[in-house]
Design a protein around this ligand. Structure first.
Ligand SMILES: CCCCCCCCCCCCC[C@H](O)CC(=O)SCCNC(=O)CCNC(=O)[C@H](O)C(C)(C)COP(=O)(O)OP(=O)(O)OC[C@H]1O[C@@H](n2cnc3c(N)ncnc32)[C@H](O)[C@@H]1OP(=O)(O)O
Ligand SMILES: NC(=O)c1ccc[n+]([C@@H]2O[C@H](COP(=O)([O-])OP(=O)(O)OC[C@H]3O[C@@H](n4cnc5c(N)ncnc54)[C@H](O)[C@@H]3O)[C@@H](O)[C@H]2O)c1
Length: 719
């Protein structure tokens, strides 16, 4: 777990050994203490280097230990022992020094990093703070403003920036351990008092109070209810205002609060879920570790509207050759300009050269003949997409993977237009496609394991968090979203306002409530989909109410707004009003309120008081119930898949872990009880009927989310 050797005669070398990232588990901490004793008691050793095996210094505390009883020496004490050492201690940083790993390095008297190394204190992303002295040492080393930035955002810096900030003393392009040994030799015997960071005074900017007040305001606004960023500011404030020993006590006190919070559990669950989804499997037995992706060098994109443009940018940024096809001349011209702009802006931000030469454009589908993979992104129209897939089958070379970016249409129907349905797979990107991290990879019953593996691998290369899901209407994300939106419409019918619904959801942690979000994405998008499903038009001849479609409750409110030309921000009016078409600042619209009143009067609806709790329960539990159906049908392999989709694709607040994790936190019995309540109150909404998987989980004693898969797998007859 930690190895000791003597190198170059006088340098003790302690190597952390805990693959894959040398996390500081109990055995590693114990190992460091023992090896340090050895080094300090070896009279031949004049200085000591600490490094990590396999080119990685240290990924921090062992996150897997957090849910368990902690044993072994506490990290804070291990780091104090290093700092107190009477021989120079040098950290040789390769790969990463993150969290506790960087804190360990800050306990050393000198730090040298490889030029490609990344350093950071990302604890805030796990709902924690750097509690092994990081909040006290970093501000003393690099100043309060820079430390606040790193600790509250958790961002990683590369070695050059670390050097500039003063976190490391040297950067090397050569073998880091060799350079560290040289440094260790050069400082042997030198006094160490001025090298112990905990003894440094913390430089206080003159406007300290104003600085912390401003930072606190900024962080609270960004945090949307997350408590860790706020605690990070409080801990740094302690560094700036208290002596080190008191500061470290404050750090611990704040950490205990965070450590035992549901938010830290949610964020750590998300950390492992994000990694777990890449280890995909399908009900037919295909798996990530037995399915080999096909080689992809050239990708074609068909249709250069909103999505096609973003996908083209994301592919070119990955370094792949792209052939982009658009049949409308004007769209093609616009796309060329827009894609080039996006690439140039992105390259400027990242300090690299734009990859414009990776893309060729054509109005002709024949241009894609030698592509290895095609992503279709034409209008959401089944007839058109079928036609495009027939063309693809005729034009593409044998073995080309054919992907669709459809957001809800049946991938199997498209596969059936081709001679090789096993090569067809959904690649559902989210807008804007070059920014949003989520990719749903949609497999049908005939999709080959290789096609899934290829789409997942391509997503990974593009920097996406890819989740493999089964084929059904709306897949996972949009299928659940539909019910969330519908409940919000029903709440308006029953007496709520868009402002009330949005406030409840924003207080919960969503960046935007459902109505502000709809205005941003355009009300016409959902209207088109509903018309496609024949939900958006009243069949007057049937004599049925406009509020009943296909035998179930339906709210035509969104359709009525679209019929008035109110498409949201793009037209300057939607659920809110804007100062001009394209305006971004939403304000309440008296027209909308009187429209809702007349609508209710017309349909004999009496407005009642609706509180935030009901908004959350109606919108979120309806969606969660659908999540259980999705799990029961095997459309998603586990709750982690759904939660990752919601956090990365639908801005679900990260500190709440995702909808299924939230259900676990609330308590499955409570979710079931409230769904039963709402189902009785709204018998015309069949999907409020609690899903049988939810009932089975409650009947099995509501096991924690990590054990749901066991219940999902059990045949229903065992109820
Ligand atoms: C009663 C209450 C008392 C409370 C008292 C509280 C006092 C507690 C005092 C504790 C003091 C600790 C203080 C410290 O400040 C806390 C921390 O250090 S938290 C950890 C901070 N570090 C991180 O957040 C880094 C996380 N990791 C990464 O960002 C990346 O993994 C990486 C290191 C950049 C590597 O990325 P990749 O190469 O892409 O690889 P993967 O991400 O796929 O990871 C590979 C594999 O490793 C697992 N893993 C990674 N990091 C850790 C880790 N820190 N601990 C455990 N496991 C880790 C990862 O899960 C992958 O495994 P898999 O999931 O695939 O099996
Ligand atoms: N817009 C979104 O937020 C979003 C998000 C995820 C998925 N999607 C899906 O992505 C697809 C595209 O959506 P969009 O919003 O980019 O549409 P869009 O209307 O912006 O663009 C579609 C483009 O396809 C072009 N086109 C039509 N027929 C063509 C053909 N035969 N060959 C080449 N080009 C053709 C059109 O000229 C147009 O430029 C749809 O399936 C949609 O459901 C959209």
């Amino acid at each position: 777990m930690a190895q000791y050797s003597r190198v170059s005669g006088t340098v003790g070398l302690i190597t952390l050994q805990n693959p894959p990232v040398n996390a500081l588990c109990a055995a590693v901490r114990q190992g460091i203490v023992e090896m340090l004793k050895k080094a300090l008691s070896d009279s031949k050793v004049k200085s000591v280097v600490i490094c990590g095996q396999n080119g990685i210094f240290c990924g921090g505390a062992d996150i897997k230990e957090f849910g368990m009883n902690m044993s072994g020496p506490p990290l804070v004490q291990v780091i104090h022992a290093i700092e107190d050492a009477n021989k120079p201690m040098v950290a040789a940083i390769e790969g990463v020094a993150l969290g506790g790993g960087l804190e360990l390095a800050l306990g050393c008297h000198y730090r040298i990093a490889h030029s490609k190394a990344r350093l950071g204190l990302p604890e805030v992303i796990l709902g924690l703070l750097p509690a092994a002295g990081g909040t006290q040492r970093l501000p003393r080393l690099i100043g309060v403003p820079a430390a606040l930035d790193l600790i509250t955002t958790g961002r990683h810096v590369i070695a050059a920036e670390a050097l500039q900030l003063g976190i490391v003393d040297q950067v090397t392009d050569h073998k880091t351990v060799d350079a560290a040994v040289k440094l260790a030799q050069s400082v042997a015997g030198k006094p160490l008092d001025a090298r112990r960071i905990s003894t440094y005074p913390c430089a206080r900017p003159s406007d300290l109070d104003a600085l912390f007040e401003g930072e606190m305001q900024k962080v609270r606004q960004r945090a949307r209810g997350a408590i860790a960023p706020v605690a990070c500011v409080q801990a740094v404030q302690a560094a700036a205002t208290l002596p080190y020993t008191q500061g470290i006590e404050r750090e611990k006190e704040l950490m205990v609060t965070l450590f035992t919070s549901g938010q830290a559990r949610a964020l750590q669950y998300l950390f492992f879920s994000q990694r777990a989804v890449s280890k995909w499997s399908t009900p037919s037995g295909a798996r990530w570790d037995t399915s080999k992706p096909g080689p992809i060098h050239k990708v074609a994109v068909i249709g250069l509207g909103t999505m096609g443009r973003g996908i083209t940018v994301a592919l070119a940024q990955t370094g792949l050759s792209v052939v982009a096809v658009e049949t409308q001349e004007k769209q093609l011209m616009g796309a060329k300009k827009a894609v080039s702009n996006m690439l140039e802006q992105g390259a400027k931000r990242r300090g690299v050269a734009p990859t414009l030469d990776k893309i060729s454009y054509s109005p002709n589908i024949q241009a894609i003949a030698d592509a290895d993979l095609v992503i279709e992104a034409v209008f959401e129209d089944m007839a058109l997409k079928k036609q495009v897939f027939q063309q693809l089958a005729a034009v593409c070379k044998p073995g080309t993977f054919l992907c669709t970016n459809t957001s809800s249409l049946d991938v199997d129907q498209l596969a059936s237009q081709t001679r090789s349905p096993e090569l067809v797979v959904g690649m559902h990107f989210f807008a804007p496609a070059h920014v949003m991290k989520l990719l749903e990879v949609v497999y049908g019953p005939r999709t080959s394991p290789q096609a899934v593996a290829t789409a997942m691998e391509l997503g990974k290369k593009m920097g996406k968090v890819s989740v493999a899901v089964g084929n059904c209407q709306g897949f996972v994300g949009n299928r659940m979203l539909k019910l969330y939106l519908e409940q919000a419409f029903f709440l308006l019918e029953e007496g709520a306002t868009p402002e009330l619904v949005d406030r409840a959801l924003e207080e919960f942690g969503f960046a935007m409530g459902v109505f502000r979000m709809s205005d941003l994405s355009g009300l016409d998008v959902g209207w088109k989909v509903r018309k496609g499903l024949m939900l958006g038009e009243t069949d007057v001849s049937s004599g049925q109410s406009a509020r009943i479609r296909q035998g179930c409750r339906y709210s035509p409110l969104g359709d009525l707004l679209c019929e008035q030309g109110r498409f949201g921000q793009k037209t300057g009016q939607g659920w809110y009003q804007y100062d001009k078409p394209g305006g971004r600042v939403a304000s309440s619209d008296p027209w909308l309120h009187s429209f809702l009143e007349s609508y209710r009067a017309k349909h004999g609806l009496v407005a009642r008081h609706i509180d935030h709790q009901e908004v959350l329960e109606r919108c979120l539990y309806a969606m969660i119930n659908e999540g259980f159906r999705i799990l029961e049908e095997g459309i998603a392999a586990g709750p982690e898949d759904i939660d990752v989709i919601y956090v990365f694709g639908y801005s679900w607040p990260r500190h709440r872990g995702g909808p299924m994790f939230y259900a676990d936190m609330v308590g499955l019995a409570k979710v079931l009880e409230r769904l039963e309540h709402y189902q009785q109150a709204h018998p015309d909404v069949p999907y409020l009927q609690p899903c049988s998987l939810l009932r089975r989980l409650v009947a099995s004693g509501s096991p924690p989310i990590q054990r749901w898969r066991e219940v999902i797998k059990k045949p229903h007859s065992q109820l």
